[in-house]
Write a new protein. Structure first.
Length: 131
């Protein structure tokens, strides 16, 4: 992992291969968890999809991880599905108006244009705090 200018990026060294990618993802998730756990509940942060609280940032991080894991693994013809409890919480937080069925993973894929029926449709989450 290496620093990059005024920002700190968690990037795997190219020679570390898949294990390095997993380690970088784990480190990034740990950093997000630590920051969100230490932020006061009333604190808000800017995001282009809506000013958010710690829970919103966690939901966005989870969404990024599970959807891009799905994208990559699908391209490699390897099955992948995120847990239904996590998907239901992400849907409640970021996609409150999304259609629901008895399968939250498929609902999340549909809400983000990743099913045959929704592919190509525009979508956007709403990370705004709803007090």
């Amino acid at each position: 992992m290496r620093p990059d200018g005024p920002h700190f990026l968690i990037l795997p060294e190219p020679e570390s291969g898949t294990a390095g990618i997993v380690a970088a993802l784990d480190a990034t998730a740990g950093l997000l968890e630590a920051v969100c756990a230490s932020v006061p509940a009333q604190r808000r942060g800017f995001h282009p999809a809506g000013t958010s609280d710690a829970g919103g940032f966690v939901a966005m991080g989870i969404t990024e991880c599970v959807l891009h894991a799905f994208d990559v693994l699908t391209a490699l013809e390897s099955p992948y599905a995120a847990g239904p409890e996590v998907c239901a919480k992400v849907l409640d937080r970021l996609f409150p108006t999304a259609a629901r069925s008895d399968d939250p993973w498929q609902d999340l894929l549909a809400a983000t244009g990743r099913t045959p029926e929704t592919r190509g449709r525009g979508w956007r989450w709403d990370s705004s705090v709803r007090d």
